[in-house]
Ligand binder design. Structure first.
Ligand code: CO
Length: 133
């Protein structure tokens, strides 16, 4: 089994501060990590749930994938991040199984991780992110 943990479930929101406040008031959740990833045009907050995270995320500019998602689909679940030991190995396995790579090769993600995205088409409707710590 190449997937070792659910790393995070990413939820796209219009107002990141409001979402953080809601998760704090509802669940007592605290922000574990906060980062603007300029290359992806996203602002994200990671809230720890056991060994995994809820990733609340919003777009920082009009051409960001998250901004486009919010415009067309509204708020909600955006992708599932699976933790893997070797991102390149897992990406190759997915492609061999008929999945469609969005990233042709692993690339830097937030928190100093190495990541690769796989298209929902070919993965039964779920955008998948492979996350290597
Ligand atoms: Co993610």
């Amino acid at each position: 089994m190449l997937l070792t943990q659910i790393d995070h479930v990413a939820i796209a929101v219009h107002d990141l501060e409001a979402a953080i406040t809601y998760y704090r008031e509802a669940f007592g959740a605290e922000v574990h990590h906060r980062e603007v990833v300029e290359r992806d045009g996203v602002d994200e907050a990671l809230l720890r749930v056991g060994e995994s995270y809820i990733q609340l995320t919003t777009g920082t500019r009009p051409d960001s994938a998250i901004t486009k998602f919010l415009e067309s689909r509204g708020e909600g679940m955006h992708h599932v991040g699976y933790r893997v030991d070797d991102c390149g190995e897992a990406l190759a396995a997915i492609v061999a199984a008929g999945g469609r790579a969005i990233d042709e090769a692993p690339r830097p993600g937030s928190r100093g991780t190495t990541v690769a995205f796989v298209h929902p088409k070919g993965s039964f409707g779920t955008l998948i992110e492979l996350v290597q710590e």
